[in-house]
Design a protein around this ligand. Structure first.
Ligand SMILES: Nc1ncnc2c1ncn2[C@@H]1O[C@H](COP(=O)(O)OP(=O)(O)O)[C@@H](O)[C@H]1O
Ligand SMILES: [Mg+2]
Length: 204
Protein backbone atom coordinates (compact mmCIF):
# COMPACT_ATOMS: atom_id res chain seq x y z
CA UNK A 1 0.00 0.00 0.00
CA UNK A 2 1.47 3.30 -1.03
CA UNK A 3 1.50 6.00 1.63
CA UNK A 4 2.73 8.87 -0.43
CA UNK A 5 4.60 9.74 -3.53
CA UNK A 6 7.02 12.55 -2.83
CA UNK A 7 9.31 14.34 -5.21
CA UNK A 8 12.11 11.88 -4.67
CA UNK A 9 10.60 8.68 -3.43
CA UNK A 10 7.69 6.29 -3.31
CA UNK A 11 6.77 5.37 0.23
CA UNK A 12 4.76 2.25 1.00
CA UNK A 13 4.11 -0.23 3.79
CA UNK A 14 5.27 -3.80 3.94
CA UNK A 15 5.41 -6.68 6.40
CA UNK A 16 8.98 -7.76 6.91
CA UNK A 17 9.57 -10.83 9.09
CA UNK A 18 6.49 -9.92 11.08
CA UNK A 19 7.51 -6.28 11.47
CA UNK A 20 5.30 -3.47 10.23
CA UNK A 21 7.71 -1.68 7.93
CA UNK A 22 7.85 1.33 5.63
CA UNK A 23 9.80 1.24 2.38
CA UNK A 24 11.13 4.53 1.03
CA UNK A 25 12.16 3.86 -2.52
CA UNK A 26 13.95 6.51 -4.50
CA UNK A 27 12.52 6.44 -7.97
CA UNK A 28 14.26 7.09 -11.22
CA UNK A 29 14.27 10.62 -12.60
CA UNK A 30 13.74 10.32 -16.33
CA UNK A 31 15.55 13.56 -17.08
CA UNK A 32 18.78 12.34 -15.51
CA UNK A 33 21.30 10.22 -17.33
CA UNK A 34 20.63 6.63 -16.29
CA UNK A 35 24.06 5.86 -14.94
CA UNK A 36 24.34 9.16 -13.06
CA UNK A 37 20.79 8.76 -11.75
CA UNK A 38 21.62 5.37 -10.31
CA UNK A 39 24.71 6.76 -8.59
CA UNK A 40 22.84 9.74 -7.13
CA UNK A 41 20.00 7.60 -5.80
CA UNK A 42 22.39 5.06 -4.33
CA UNK A 43 24.47 7.75 -2.66
CA UNK A 44 21.45 9.57 -1.18
CA UNK A 45 19.91 6.34 0.02
CA UNK A 46 23.11 5.29 1.76
CA UNK A 47 23.51 8.69 3.35
CA UNK A 48 19.93 8.82 4.61
CA UNK A 49 20.24 5.30 6.01
CA UNK A 50 23.54 6.08 7.70
CA UNK A 51 22.10 9.16 9.39
CA UNK A 52 18.94 7.33 10.52
CA UNK A 53 21.05 4.60 12.06
CA UNK A 54 23.26 7.17 13.78
CA UNK A 55 20.19 8.93 15.17
CA UNK A 56 18.50 5.85 16.56
CA UNK A 57 21.73 4.48 17.97
CA UNK A 58 22.04 7.78 19.80
CA UNK A 59 18.58 7.38 21.28
CA UNK A 60 16.67 9.90 19.16
CA UNK A 61 13.02 9.14 18.38
CA UNK A 62 13.35 8.18 14.72
CA UNK A 63 12.15 5.07 12.86
CA UNK A 64 14.57 2.19 13.19
CA UNK A 65 16.51 1.34 10.06
CA UNK A 66 15.83 -2.29 9.16
CA UNK A 67 17.75 -2.59 5.91
CA UNK A 68 18.83 -0.94 2.70
CA UNK A 69 17.57 -2.74 -0.39
CA UNK A 70 18.87 -1.30 -3.63
CA UNK A 71 17.72 2.31 -3.62
CA UNK A 72 15.18 1.69 -0.90
CA UNK A 73 15.36 2.23 2.83
CA UNK A 74 13.30 -0.16 4.92
CA UNK A 75 12.41 1.17 8.38
CA UNK A 76 9.90 0.58 11.14
CA UNK A 77 6.43 1.98 10.58
CA UNK A 78 5.37 4.66 13.05
CA UNK A 79 1.62 4.64 13.47
CA UNK A 80 0.68 8.24 13.94
CA UNK A 81 -0.35 11.52 12.48
CA UNK A 82 1.81 14.14 10.84
CA UNK A 83 2.09 17.24 13.01
CA UNK A 84 1.32 19.30 9.91
CA UNK A 85 -2.08 17.66 9.58
CA UNK A 86 -2.77 18.06 13.31
CA UNK A 87 -2.06 21.77 12.90
CA UNK A 88 -4.49 22.13 10.05
CA UNK A 89 -7.29 20.09 11.63
CA UNK A 90 -10.48 21.90 12.60
CA UNK A 91 -10.49 20.85 16.24
CA UNK A 92 -6.97 21.89 16.86
CA UNK A 93 -6.01 21.12 20.41
CA UNK A 94 -3.28 22.60 22.53
CA UNK A 95 -0.11 21.20 21.09
CA UNK A 96 2.27 22.77 23.58
CA UNK A 97 3.69 19.47 24.74
CA UNK A 98 4.23 18.40 21.14
CA UNK A 99 6.34 21.49 20.41
CA UNK A 100 8.30 20.97 23.61
CA UNK A 101 9.10 17.43 22.46
CA UNK A 102 9.98 18.66 18.98
CA UNK A 103 12.51 21.06 20.52
CA UNK A 104 14.04 18.35 22.69
CA UNK A 105 14.26 15.99 19.74
CA UNK A 106 16.06 18.54 17.59
CA UNK A 107 18.52 19.23 20.43
CA UNK A 108 19.16 15.49 20.60
CA UNK A 109 19.81 15.23 16.86
CA UNK A 110 22.17 18.22 16.99
CA UNK A 111 24.02 16.74 19.96
CA UNK A 112 24.66 13.70 17.75
CA UNK A 113 26.07 16.02 15.09
CA UNK A 114 23.06 15.65 12.81
CA UNK A 115 21.34 18.59 11.15
CA UNK A 116 17.95 17.48 9.87
CA UNK A 117 17.69 19.79 6.89
CA UNK A 118 13.89 19.80 6.67
CA UNK A 119 12.69 20.08 10.27
CA UNK A 120 9.08 21.14 9.76
CA UNK A 121 5.71 19.83 11.05
CA UNK A 122 5.44 17.85 7.79
CA UNK A 123 8.36 15.68 8.87
CA UNK A 124 7.26 15.07 12.46
CA UNK A 125 4.94 12.22 13.35
CA UNK A 126 2.95 12.10 16.59
CA UNK A 127 2.11 8.55 17.66
CA UNK A 128 -0.90 7.30 19.65
CA UNK A 129 0.84 7.94 22.98
CA UNK A 130 1.66 11.51 21.99
CA UNK A 131 5.34 10.81 21.34
CA UNK A 132 6.97 12.89 18.61
CA UNK A 133 9.13 11.15 15.99
CA UNK A 134 11.33 12.73 13.34
CA UNK A 135 11.23 11.29 9.83
CA UNK A 136 12.66 12.12 6.41
CA UNK A 137 16.43 12.41 6.68
CA UNK A 138 16.75 12.92 2.93
CA UNK A 139 18.25 16.40 3.36
CA UNK A 140 20.19 15.66 6.53
CA UNK A 141 23.89 15.88 7.05
CA UNK A 142 26.53 15.39 9.68
CA UNK A 143 28.67 18.46 9.35
CA UNK A 144 28.48 19.83 12.88
CA UNK A 145 28.24 23.45 11.80
CA UNK A 146 26.27 26.00 13.84
CA UNK A 147 25.05 27.51 10.60
CA UNK A 148 23.29 24.27 9.59
CA UNK A 149 21.88 23.80 13.08
CA UNK A 150 20.59 27.38 13.11
CA UNK A 151 18.89 26.80 9.76
CA UNK A 152 16.95 23.89 11.32
CA UNK A 153 15.62 26.33 13.93
CA UNK A 154 14.86 29.00 11.38
CA UNK A 155 12.86 26.63 9.20
CA UNK A 156 10.70 25.62 12.19
CA UNK A 157 10.31 29.27 13.15
CA UNK A 158 8.95 30.04 9.71
CA UNK A 159 6.62 27.03 9.71
CA UNK A 160 4.67 27.55 12.94
CA UNK A 161 2.98 30.17 15.08
CA UNK A 162 5.05 32.36 17.35
CA UNK A 163 3.77 30.75 20.56
CA UNK A 164 4.53 27.28 19.22
CA UNK A 165 8.01 28.31 18.18
CA UNK A 166 8.71 29.75 21.62
CA UNK A 167 7.68 26.45 23.27
CA UNK A 168 9.89 24.58 20.81
CA UNK A 169 12.85 26.92 21.24
CA UNK A 170 12.75 27.01 25.05
CA UNK A 171 13.10 23.26 25.19
CA UNK A 172 15.81 23.28 22.54
CA UNK A 173 17.81 25.76 24.60
CA UNK A 174 17.23 23.85 27.82
CA UNK A 175 18.34 20.55 26.33
CA UNK A 176 21.27 21.78 24.28
CA UNK A 177 23.11 23.87 26.87
CA UNK A 178 26.11 25.93 25.79
CA UNK A 179 26.30 24.44 22.29
CA UNK A 180 22.68 25.51 21.89
CA UNK A 181 23.54 29.08 22.88
CA UNK A 182 26.12 29.21 20.08
CA UNK A 183 23.44 28.02 17.64
CA UNK A 184 21.00 30.71 18.83
CA UNK A 185 23.70 33.32 18.42
CA UNK A 186 24.26 32.14 14.87
CA UNK A 187 20.53 32.17 14.20
CA UNK A 188 20.38 35.82 15.25
CA UNK A 189 23.26 36.59 12.89
CA UNK A 190 21.47 34.85 10.02
CA UNK A 191 18.31 36.81 10.72
CA UNK A 192 20.24 40.09 10.89
CA UNK A 193 21.86 39.25 7.59
CA UNK A 194 18.45 38.56 6.08
CA UNK A 195 17.04 41.82 7.40
CA UNK A 196 20.05 43.73 6.19
CA UNK A 197 19.80 42.12 2.77
CA UNK A 198 16.13 42.84 2.30
CA UNK A 199 16.64 46.43 3.46
CA UNK A 200 19.52 46.93 1.09
CA UNK A 201 17.41 45.48 -1.71
CA UNK A 202 14.70 48.00 -0.92
CA UNK A 203 17.04 50.95 -0.83
CA UNK A 204 19.23 49.91 -3.75
N1 LIG B 1 8.59 5.42 9.29
C1 LIG B 1 7.43 5.93 8.87
N2 LIG B 1 6.29 5.59 9.51
C2 LIG B 1 5.10 6.07 9.09
N3 LIG B 1 4.93 6.89 8.04
C3 LIG B 1 6.03 7.26 7.36
C4 LIG B 1 7.33 6.80 7.73
N4 LIG B 1 8.24 7.33 6.87
C5 LIG B 1 7.53 8.08 6.00
N5 LIG B 1 6.20 8.04 6.29
C6 LIG B 1 5.13 8.72 5.54
O1 LIG B 1 5.54 8.92 4.21
C7 LIG B 1 5.59 10.30 3.88
C8 LIG B 1 6.80 10.61 3.00
O2 LIG B 1 7.99 10.24 3.64
P1 LIG B 1 9.25 11.22 3.73
O3 LIG B 1 10.39 10.46 4.29
O4 LIG B 1 8.82 12.46 4.42
O5 LIG B 1 9.54 11.48 2.19
P2 LIG B 1 9.54 12.79 1.27
O6 LIG B 1 10.99 13.05 1.01
O7 LIG B 1 8.80 12.37 0.04
O8 LIG B 1 8.88 13.91 2.03
C9 LIG B 1 5.62 11.01 5.22
O9 LIG B 1 5.02 12.28 5.14
C10 LIG B 1 4.79 10.09 6.10
O10 LIG B 1 3.41 10.31 5.92
MG1 LIG C 1 8.85 14.51 4.02
Amino acid sequence: MEIMEGAEAKVYRERLLGIDAVVKDRVRKAYRNEELDREIREERTKKEARIMALASRGGAAVPMLLMVRGNAIVMTYIKGELLSSMLSSAHRRNLGDIFVQAGGLLAKLHSLGINHGDYTPANLLVDGSGVVWAIDFGLSDTGNSDEEFALDLLLMKRSVKKREYVQFLNQYVEKSGSSGSAVIKRLKEIEMRGRYQSRSLLTA
